[in-house]
Design a protein around this ligand. Structure first.
Ligand SMILES: [Zn+2]
Length: 214
C-alpha cells in the first residue's frame, strides 16, 4: 500500500489504562506500542492521537451507578451506555499516552470523555454523536483524504472513530495488528469484535497490516 502526503495516522487511546496492569486492560494492548512506533518512524508523515480523559465520578464508570457492575449497560439521555471500571482518570500516570510511544511525530492530541455526563468513544464525537471534538475540521483544513487507525480498543474507540471518519467522507483503513479489542459477548451471539468488524466492512472500511505499510 503506497502512502501519500494526504494520509493521516490516527492513534486511538494508546494509554497504559487500557493495557495489561491498567484499570481497563485490553489483552495484549501493550503490543501495539512498538508497531505504532515503527509506523510513526517510517511510512506516515502525519499523525494525531486521542487520549481518553475522564474526571473522577464520570458517568461511564460503573462505580458512579449504585448497584451496577462494569460491562453492564444503562440508558443515558443519549442512548445505551456500557459501564466501565474507573479508568483514564485525568492527570493519572495511566491516563498519559504510553511512555514508550514516540510522541515527536504526533501533531495533535485530542482529549475526550472530559464531560462528566457523557462518554466519548470516537475521535470525532462524544457518544451523543453530535458534540464534535473538532477533529473533522482539523483533518479537512490539513487536506487529509485518508485516515489510517491504530490503537485501543478495536471494537469501541477505534470502530466508532472509523465509522465517523467514513460519515465525514474520509477513506478509512484500520491497521489490524496495531489494534487490540475487548470482545464483550453479545446477547445475540458472537462478540463486540465480530460485530464491529462486520459493521466496518459494510461501511467500506479497509483493513490492512503494519507489514503491508512498512
Ligand atoms: Zn473511557
Amino acid at each position: 500500500m503506497t502512502l501519500t502526503g494526504t494520509d493521516m495516522l490516527g492513534l486511538v487511546d494508546v494509554q497504559p489504562t487500557f493495557m495489561p496492569g491498567g484499570e481497563l486492560a485490553v489483552a495484549e494492548g501493550d503490543l501495539v506500542v512498538p508497531l505504532i512506533n515503527r509506523l510513526l518512524a517510517g511510512p506516515f508523515r502525519h499523525a494525531f492521537a486521542t487520549q481518553d480523559w475522564h474526571p473522577r465520578g464520570h458517568s461511564s464508570f460503573a462505580s458512579t451507578h449504585p448497584g451496577k457492575q462494569p460491562f453492564e449497560t444503562v440508558q443515558m439521555p443519549y442512548g445505551p451506555q456500557t459501564l466501565w471500571p474507573d479508568h483514564a482518570i485525568q492527570g493519572s500516570a495511566n491516563a498519559a499516552l504510553h511512555p514508550d510511544l514516540v510522541h515527536d511525530r504526533i501533531e495533535l492530541i485530542i482529549r475526550k470523555g472530559f464531560d462528566p455526563k457523557i462518554d466519548s468513544y470516537s475521535a470525532f464525537y462524544e457518544n451523543d454523536r453530535t458534540t464534535t471534538t473538532g477533529l473533522d475540521a482539523w483533518l479537512r483544513a490539513r487536506g487529509v483524504r485518508r485516515v489510517f487507525l491504530a490503537g485501543l480498543a478495536t471494537d469501541y474507540c477505534v470502530a466508532w472513530s472509523a465509522e465517523d471518519a467514513v460519515r465525514h467522507g474520509f477513506e478509512v483503513v484500520v491497521i489490524e495488528d496495531a489494534c487490540r479489542g475487548i470482545g464483550l459477548p453479545l446477547p445475540s451471539g458472537g462478540t463486540t469484535m465480530d460485530a464491529a468488524q462486520r459493521r466496518l466492512a459494510e461501511l467500506g472500511v479497509a483493513f490492512t497490516t503494519s507489514a503491508a505499510l512498512l
